[in-house]
Design a protein around this ligand. Structure first.
Ligand code: ZN
Length: 264
């Protein structure tokens, strides 16, 4: 019976076997958990995977170092409790390496769907555009337009060559930009104030009641005159025209809009 007795595992061997089994199970579980975590983190992109894997290895590596030091100080405790974690670190590194390949192959697999699915990792949002600072200000305080550019009407020889701001007589009229003022009388436009801007564009303010500034440089927003109904006009309003250098009147509304201001 001696061989049988010799073949029977001792209690110590049984403990060792149980420990080995437990270690293997834990190793497997740790590896699976690590793989799952890494894959979750890694999914957004290959670049993110690289970072995640590097981070995992770094953190794990530091933890291992600390454990190894602890184990060195207390060798008797450096048993089954430490081994699986150390193995897990290796597993993490391995999974990280595997993950790269896995991710790459997944990327390949997803290629045909690229057109039908939203991109997983949208490009970093472009920096919010700077709010456009209007280059011009309102010629009167109140928004809102009456007759528009190009409209036909009995009051005009041809088409309407500007836009009308239907505001009360006496309302302040402002320089829409820095420039130079000149004033004149015209039987059709009445008392008119002309603001010449730095690019040569002229703004015509017409049917005025009176002037505040007859001539000379003004700054944007300066009050230059007051609304009236002089000339060929049926009631108080500001008739406003825009005339680029060397050009006839253009539609002031898109000009305002292009300069960042909606007068409507
Ligand atoms: Zn008009």
């Amino acid at each position: 019976m001696a061989p049988e007795a010799a073949a029977r595992p001792t209690r110590a061997e049984l403990r060792l076997a149980a420990r080995e089994q437990s270690r293997a199970q834990r190793r497997g579980a740790a590896k699976a958990a690590t793989r799952t975590a890494l894959l979750r983190v890694a999914l957004p992109s290959v670049a993110a995977l690289g970072v995640a894997a590097a981070a995992a290895i770094t953190v794990q590596g530091e933890a291992d170092q600390q454990r190894a030091q602890a184990a060195g100080r207390v060798p008797s405790q450096a048993t089954a409790d430490d081994a699986p974690d150390g193995t897990a670190a290796q597993a993490a590194a391995q999974v990280a390496a595997d993950g790269g390949r896995t991710q790459a192959s997944r990327g390949d697999a997803r290629q045909p769907l690229a057109g039908t699915q939203p991109a997983e990792a949208p490009p970093a949002p472009a920096p919010a555009p700077e709010p456009v600072k209007p280059k011009v200000v309102m010629p009167v305080a109140q928004h809102g337009l009456g007759e528009l550019f190009g409209e036909a009407g009995s009051r005009w020889a041809n088409r309407h060559t500007g836009i009308d701001f239907p505001v009360d007589g006496g309302s302040q009229v402002m320089a829409v930009a820095d420039g130079t003022i000149r004033t004149q009388w015209n039987p059709f436009y009445g008392y008119m104030s002309i603001l010449k801007m730095s690019d040569g564009t002229e703004a015509w303010y017409c049917h005025l009641r009176s002037y505040k500034i007859r001539k000379g440089p003004v700054k944007q927003g300066d009050v230059i005159a007051f609304v009236g109904s002089s000339g060929n006009s049926t009631g108080p309003h500001l008739h406003f025209e825009v005339r680029p250098a060397g050009s006839g009147p253009i539609d002031p509304l898109p000009w305002f809009l292009a300069n960042g201001l909606d007068p409507r």
